[in-house]
Write a protein that binds this ligand. Sequence first.
Ligand SMILES: Nc1ncnc2c1ncn2[C@@H]1O[C@H](COP(=O)(O)OP(=O)(O)OP(=O)(O)O)[C@@H](O)[C@H]1O
Ligand SMILES: [Mg+2]
Length: 361
Amino acid sequence: MPDRDAVLQALDQIIDPASGQGLVTAGLTRGVVAADDRAGCALDVPRGRKGDYETVRDQAEAALKALPGVQRVLVVLSDDGPPPPSPAQPPRPRTAGLSKAAMDQGRPKAPVPTDRPAHVRRVLAVASGKGGVGKSTVAVNLAAALAARGLSVGVLDADVYGPSLPTMLGLSGKPEYVDGAMQPHVAHGLKAMSVGLLTGASDAMIWRGPMASQAITQMLTQTRWGTEAAPLDLLVVDLPPGTGDVQLTLIQKTPLDGAVIVSTPQEVALADARRGHALFQQVGVPTLGLIENMSGPVFGQGGAAAEADRLGVTYLGDLPLDAAVRQAGDAGTPVVVTDPDGDMAQRFGAIAEQLAASLGL
Ligand SMILES: Nc1ncnc2c1ncn2[C@@H]1O[C@H](COP(=O)(O)OP(=O)(O)OP(=O)(O)O)[C@@H](O)[C@H]1O
Ligand SMILES: [Mg+2]
């Protein structure tokens, strides 16, 4: 297990180009992890400057990787946190090592209370490193496939960047409040709640910052997903794409029982899937498997299976590129509902069964 102080020292050896100070001293590090064989943190960089800090991130990852006991490292760049200290501040001499305040800064804060939604048995995240790979399509169709097997299933659209559940399930209208709880919409046998229903799809982007995780927590805990007499078996959470700070905060705050990662077969998407898996590992959420979407002659085939092998995670199966999938999604009914006996429904069904088994459902 890596030594926490050694992790902080290593991070502070890397210089923030804006202030000339070490990353910890400059106050850029947050959520420092030193556990098992893992080390990592988020770096708060100035808004819109993530590109400038990629080298710094790589240096920080390399410094952590070199520490004894560290096998896996992950440093994520965040530009939507609180603004970093003013660069006008003169750089402090770095001879005295870390100040006590700097050391304390990196220590874990009191654990974030992860509010489990009431009467929900399992929570599963559907994630992807890269956008546009079919994460929402997979989330909705897996949910529908599990519902078709008799489970009570809900879908939470936590994608603050582009909520698509309203379109994919044909939902509209703000949720009603009854006895202080939001009533989920019900469509095709699924309970559903979306960031897009609370604000209108086009406003959802404003929630990217700290409000995002607050909004998700609210949808998670204030929606009447189930009752004592009829609990929800599974809540499927469609996470925003990417492996940045919004995602890190969300997965830290959401009581997840497992995650599935969706990727297309291309190397760019697979590299992001890898980062996605690392992010879940960092917070101790098991990756239940990798799914290859849009598999076939256009994007290639087999990349995700090979990647799953390399990562040591279960390969859950592939879903071919099929126009019917998009048409069904655009029209507000998942393909497993429009064509329950088709090839797609069978593929989703097979994946759904593996996941239900892993989740003990
Ligand atoms: N297997 C498939 N065959 C054909 N079209 C697909 C398939 N999977 C997804 N699509 C289509 O690709 C587009 C992107 O899919 P989707 O919105 O599910 O991706 P996403 O990863 O959730 O994207 P975002 O990052 O924007 O949230 C949609 O138009 C969807 O209908
Ligand atoms: Mg989506």
